[in-house]
Design a protein. Structure first.
Length: 342
């Protein structure tokens, strides 16, 4: 249950507007509310929460919540779990099931994998990928913001996403990760695609930064998660296999770009996922080839340092950090070509 969806919100929520143009015409709603431009004035908004959630469930089940587990206890025929997180966006969820659990402590962080007893085949691969992701993100971008990371299996009947990250908790459907045959296609590592990508959201837009709803906000979340995913893929499988993945993303973008309005990455929205994800991955890898992975990662680390909550960063803030690590005017123009042109 994505519980935050059931809470009342204060003020008009643009994200709830119907997006389907035919439905809007049927209801005579006119055009959707326009998004702010990336260049619009920056804002500081005190809208984070401190969360404490206590979940009661059946005695044979384990509840996985948002934040770090503070305590658990049994009372009568019920088990209770208390989770807490400080300074997070208004975003929290919970799952409960008859889980098996595998736990490993790594770099002072408790990695927990909660899985169905019959779906254990990819658990160690998932843990190893989590270790690689933590190594890369902590080493290049900064501290992990929680004491634990929890991967929880959920039913494949849960529709609407392949995997989703909440502060310290990542929920993944059984058919995509836990019960997937990862050896069927040697060119594809679905564990890396989802686990590395989702865990990197703990840096890119899950708690350390929180972009407001404007054009280009997905560049700060999904595009940077795609970049992290690609760099991890390179470390795990070599540069050539990573470039093969990039070629696939280029094809995805080329196939999709004629079906909707084409935009530069720094103005992309969630309505054009092929831009933020696929074109974004291609552009970030090209940027790492132009500037070097070390310079790109320094820019990303500086971006996190300079855009901490309660600031709501824009894609232009990230571009400024890229400009700073460019060695000359030519490479600055290349940054504009990659992210500000079609």
């Amino acid at each position: 249950m994505r519980i935050s969806r059931y809470y009342p919100s204060i003020g008009y929520q643009k994200s709830y507007e119907l997006q389907d143009e035919k439905q809007r015409m049927d209801y005579k709603l006119g055009k959707t509310t326009g998004l702010k431009k990336p260049e619009a004035p920056e804002i500081f908004l005190n809208d984070f929460i401190n969360l404490t959630m206590t979940v009661s469930t059946e005695k044979d089940q384990t509840a996985v919540g948002t934040g770090d587990l503070i305590k658990e206890w049994t009372q009568g025929k019920r088990k209770h779990f208390q989770y807490a997180a400080k300074g997070i966006p208004f975003r929290f969820a919970v799952s409960s099931a008859d889980y098996n659990r595998k736990s490993v402590r790594y770099r002072g962080i408790l990695i927990n994998v909660f899985y169905h007893a019959n779906h254990s085949e990819n658990v160690f691969h998932l843990i190893n990928n989590a270790k690689l992701t933590l190594d890369y993100c902590i080493g290049n971008f900064g501290k992990y913001p929680f004491q634990s990371v929890n991967f929880a299996e959920i039913s494949s009947y849960t529709k609407g996403f392949a995997a989703t990250a909440y502060p310290s908790a990542i929920f993944m459907p059984e058919d995509m990760i836990f019960h997937a045959n990862i050896h069927a296609d040697k060119k594809q590592d679905v564990i890396n695609e989802l686990a590395g990508h989702e865990l990197s959201h703990l840096w890119w837009g899950n708690s350390q930064i929180d972009p407001d709803d404007r054009e280009g906000s997905v560049m700060l979340t999904e595009t940077l998660a795609m970049y992290t995913e690609m760099m991890l893929y390179k470390k795990m499988h070599g540069k050539q296999k990573m470039l093969d993945r990039i070629e696939m993303h280029q094809q995805i973008y080329d196939n999709e770009k004629g079906l909707s309005e084409n935009k530069p990455i720094y103005k992309a929205t969630g309505e054009e996922p092929h831009i933020a994800y696929s074109k974004g991955a291609v552009a970030m890898v090209q940027l790492s080839e132009l500037l070097g992975e070390e310079r790109v990662n320094q820019a990303l680390k500086n971006f996190l340092l300079h855009n901490q909550y309660p600031k709501k960063p824009a894609s232009t803030d990230l571009l400024k950090e890229f400009y700073k690590v460019c060695p000359d005017a030519f490479s600055q123009k290349e940054v504009d070509r990659l992210f500000k042109t079609i």
